[in-house]
Design a protein around this ligand. Sequence first.
Ligand code: ADP
Ligand code: MG
Ligand code: MG
Length: 914
Amino acid sequence: MAIEKKAISDMKKYIYLFDEYDEVMAALDQNWDGVRGLLGGKGANLLDATRLGIPVPPGFTVTTVGCNDYLAAGEQFPAHLWDQALEAVARLEGTTGKKFGSVENPLLVSCRSGARFSMPGMMDTILNIGLNDEIAAKLATRTHRPRFAYDLYRRLVQMFGGVVMGVPDEVFEAVITAQRRESNARNDAELDASAWKAVTLRFKEIIRTYTGKEFPTDPYEQLRQATEAVFRSWNGKRAIDYREAAGIDHDLGTAVNIQTMVFGNVGDDSATGVFMSRNATTGEPVLEGDYLINAQGEDVVAGTRTTLPILQLKTDMPQMYDQLEKIARRLEQHHRNMQDMEFTIEQGKLWLLQTRDGKRTAQAEVRIAVDMVDEGLISREEAVIRVKPDQVDFFLHPQLDPDALKDIQPIANGLNVSPGAAVGVIAFDPDLAQRWAKEEGKSVILVRPETRPDDVHGMLAAKGVVTSKGGRTSHAALVARQFGKPAVVGVEAIEIDLDNHLMRIGENLVIEEGEYLSIDGNNGLIYYADLPTVVPDINNPSLLKILSWADEFRKLGVRANADYPDDARRAREYGAQGIGLCRTEHMFFQEDRLPIVQRMIMATTPTERAEAISALLPMQRSDFEGLFRAMEGQPVIIRLLDPPLHEFLPSAHDLMLELTDLKLRMQHFSSLKEMDQALEEIRSKSEILQRVEALQESNPMLGTRGVRLGMLIPGLYKMQVRAIFEAASRCAAEGLDVRPEVMIPLVSHVGELDIMVGPLKEIAREVMDDHGVDIAYLIGTMIEIPRAALTAGEVARTAEFFSFGTNDLTQTTYGISRDDAETGFLVHYLQTRLLRDNPFTSIDPGGVGRLMQIAIKEGKMTRPDLEIGVCGEHGGDPKSIRLCHQIGVDYVSCSPFRVPIARLAAAHAALSVD
Ligand code: ADP
Ligand code: MG
Ligand code: MG
């Protein structure tokens, strides 16, 4: 990079004409990326289109090096730059047969900024440079189109006065509005030549009083000032802010494009417009765009006149339409991507003014990628690379119905921080949001100035979240993403009045609490309406194709975390290759089972406990059977019970309250029977309380969980293993291919495994023998305590597979409580950028990732065929997936909804794309 920059700055050729493709390429060693750096995106693409023989109005580009040298010299043109510019203008004169500054046959040009990356905040385009009073007057008479000439002239003065001289455009617009009233004109089109002439005169007066300077009448002076203004705008505040936010280098500089004007406003045989080579919403291979007859430049996007759909041009000017199609196809073939283009038709001649890769929706991206493979434009690898894992999200969340969007304008926009659409009634208060959602079953959108940790319950209850302040790493953004809630933050146009339960947008719009809002987390738009949504369609044919190609390229397996047969079936539909984690505690928490679980915990004799445990067995067996059937032919990892025991018991606090209440009520009982019942109840509740208190730990997260629990109640894990193998044996007896993998959680010392595994294997053997089947299975462990990772060589002597529980591993490595991660100081660390990523979202490569690497290396040294997976939340995160690919993980496991994303991300990792 450094060498390349130096090479560029050594060249003192500051200007390239659009037809000097070979010269530029030679100067940059045929490096197209270098050309884009030197000429900016707009200039490079115009150069390229010219070479392809597409009609581009002649012009030239002043390079980014020119800009940098100008700025470095304290806003002075470097030696020769201006000479070269004059020479280039002379060349344009030669090509066009017109003369810059001539009264008889004037050459007019536009001055357009164009950096490497398109960038808001850079100077706007100035059209029609080269006019003054005299030239305009002559143009009016010579062409017999006085209105045309004076309209051009006033545009020049207006744009120049605005962007070069800094007069606010509102002032100019006010003049035009006043003139319309005076001339009794309904719109600009009805203003005639003399009206524009008057307007222009006033514009110049305004410039004089605002700036103390004259509008320059010398065309060369206009050109010079415009070029300098573009250069200077590189260091304007808006541009700098944008680069800061977007992470763009400040030393790239901008190029300036000077281009012969073509006129779409000469009459009804002229037009100007914008179009895409394919539909940017659906990806359909048809031109999409808008145009205006008899118009110039930005009239189309300005929205002051109603534009016509590009398809209309097919009827209005069939030949022109035909040419547009040809140009679109040619440019697509060349760029191998969908193009976004600007064109002008001047008296029946078509000109291309700009082309670049078009922005599109996720749906269009996927469709276009697949179509382009079919058309032979790109390879399958490239198609897979083009679709970003995040874009797959689009197919997994509800979206606003595109048909409904046609008739409605958004009322505001903000940052699109969490994808998907949400529709609901506004609540300004998290408690209210929770009440409406929970008690009244309403869909709620929580709207807040910003959110804080104590708003989280409201966010969770809401369908979507909006804040008027805050950025991409604000608390609201982080929490919303974490929980998959669609969210739009930093909607500056919204002014929230919490006291009066309403919000204001602009001068006139007041929206009250309880009214409907629809938000689109994909693009940050907000609608004042109760819009219909469309359910996600993961079965979009193009997406399925992309995913199946991704499967061909990826090395990592993708499994799902699923606890119920329904989850497992969905996971399979989404492409999961097995279950990486079934959390059996979810089965224990079911209502009909809880009393039995409690009985097991409360048991005072071994017999009592054994009875309770056996009561659970048939239930577990049928759970597992369902899973095995749903995942036939694929591995199913079942994790033995993990949570701390006290979680199954009522809280000590509640028990104490109940006991006090019972004791108080004793004095009011009249019958002895009632008294006896109450005494009995007090006895049993006190017993439970005692047990709860005995099980209470000051740090339950670091307490009797996982295998530690299994060590205390050995019958529990034995029962689970029996249930697993009874279920598996039943399926196997029917001829089904079952592949159970038994996972022991929270191991920190190989001794724990050594004690557990022998007896469990015996049970498995016994059950299989009883059923007369022989099933291949694995017994392995989670690696979620640093000690287990560091002693992996020993652990692998007993464990046949590892699965990294990255949530706990992050918690124990970082020493950050995962339960407080969304609310605590971690948010502060992220906001201040001390941390780039939330370690609970993306695996921390330096700490957790390094432990994983050690565990994989040492584990495989002991047991070369050790199977290695990841089953934490990270399993669905593209960045973490990349890391997993790099360090030799065999598969990742994530929630069923993330499976398609993981498949694509794994392919990207294998194709090594950032
Ligand atoms: P932006 O980056 O905002 O699109 P552009 O430089 O592309 O700015 O120009 C703004 C408008 O002016 C566009 O509609 C463009 O097509 C038009 N335009 C620019 N240069 C010329 C020209 N030489 N002749 C005719 N129209 C032009
Ligand atoms: Mg613009
Ligand atoms: Mg443009």
